[in-house]
Design a protein around this ligand. Structure first.
Ligand code: FAD
Length: 353
């Protein structure tokens, strides 16, 4: 049977695991050495068997099995900070036990209703917040009973004092990041069809994320490269562009570098570190600058039918659209026409918040 070895490795140990690749790949693989956080790493010896098989049987994705007014009461399995001490802000990987009762497909979201009263509507429960699911339908324990979220803690910094004001911190993200194993968590959903992973195992996927926008792609990539799913044998190409502030803010980097090592013909991974790298024009390196660097290749793949996905903060889209427009014009195309074509062919997928 396929095996996964879960190992706790410190930054010193993990640096020794990244030694054999040349050029840019080597640079990428060496990055975790800059981290000081003790990260959990999945050392995948071979693909992992998944259960139960009937999770592949449905022809339509599950939608809104639980409504926010009658949520499912799930339990927190674990909450793990997954960024280093020098990352601006905190991002946590949160595993939730739904007992197999709230199934979902890769690319969908759960709603979470934090306990307590809605500060905007006294006497009423908190409003639901959506979180993209960062695990495949089988969950991180491969048994179909859990879902994982990648949550950034929302804090409020007073513009005058420059200090955090705890009275104005985000309700749901703080509830989730402070939760303890065994705590109850009210969930609704699953919801969302925009980022469902296309069924064709030969397809090309260009995935663009900023920060927690990585969540749905982590799910895709686990299905493509980590799990042994009888009716989904990925032989296409997945190309991930991830934008974060600095090395210590990289999310799930260990999993992604492992795929680079094991599936070099099927996976590409480019990162933009806005506070550490400079773009070609000397400015901060944002994800759209990385897209520009590979503009011709990206357009060639799109011309051949590749899917392109965008997930993360709303603010990422204007800069990305500008870059894509510039690349289109260099190629003698009108971006508006190309975009309309991509949308018509269902190659264009955007979920930003
Ligand atoms: P809220 O309580 O809703 O507050 C929002 C912001 O307002 C906070 O920054 C807070 O500090 C600030 N604020 C509060 N009070 C005041 C005040 N009086 N004055 C000024 N500012 C104030 N997020 C993720 O982290 N990961 C995901 O994977 C993810 N996926 C999503 C998927 C979808 C489809 C959508 C729509 C959203 C997603 N989000 C995700 C965002 C998420 O739903 C929440 O919006 C986010 O976590 C903030 O919610 P909150 O309850 O913590 O903050």
């Amino acid at each position: 049977m396929a095996q996964a070895v879960l190992s706790q490795v410190s930054f010193c140990e993990s640096s020794t695991l990244h030694h054999s690749f040349l050029g840019e790949r080597a640079a990428l693989r060496a990055l975790p050495a800059a981290r000081t956080a003790c990260l959990r790493r999945l050392d995948i010896q071979s693909r992992v068997a998944t259960n139960p098989v009937n999770l592949e049987a449905a022809t339509e994705p599950p939608i809104n099995l639980y409504r926010p007014k009658e949520p499912y009461i799930a339990r927190i399995v674990s909450v793990e900070r997954i960024v280093g001490p020098k990352a601006p802000g905190e991002t946590c990987h949160i595993v939730i036990d739904h007992g197999g009762n709230v199934p979902y497909w890769e690319g969908q979201s759960y709603g979470v209703i934090a306990p307590g009263e809605n500060p905007k509507k006294p006497g009423q429960p908190n409003a639901v917040r959506l979180y993209s699911i960062a695990s495949t339908r089988y969950g991180d324990s491969f048994d179909g009973k859990t879902a994982s979220l990648c949550v950034r803690r929302a804090v409020y910094v007073d513009p005058e004092t420059g200090k955090e004001d705890p009275a104005k911190k985000g309700v749901c993200s703080n509830f989730l990041c402070d939760a303890k194993p065994g705590d109850e968590v009210q969930i609704s959903g699953p919801s969302g069809k925009v980022l469902l992973l296309p069924e064709d195992p030969k397809a090309t996927h260009i995935m663009v994320a900023t920060g927690t926008g990585i969540a749905p792609y982590r799910a895709y990539l686990r299905r493509m490269f980590m799990e042994d799913v009888p009716n989904y044998k990925f032989t296409g190409l997945s190309w991930l562009f991830l934008g974060v502030a600095n090395t210590e803010s990289l999310l799930y980097h260990d999993e992604f570098t492992e795929y680079l090592k094991r599936f070099p013909d099927n996976f590409r991974y480019d990162i933009a570190l806005s506070r550490e790298q400079k773009s070609r024009s000397g400015g901060k390196m944002y994800v759209q600058n990385k897209i520009e660097e590979y503009g011709s290749e990206i357009f060639e793949l799109l011309d051949k039918g590749a899917h392109i996905y965008f997930c993360g903060l709303k603010g990422m889209m204007p800069g990305i659209q500008d870059s894509l427009k510039a690349i289109a014009e260099e190629r003698g195309l009108k971006w508006e026409d190309k975009l309309a074509e991509l949308k018509k062919n269902k190659q264009w997928h955007v979920e930003v918040y």
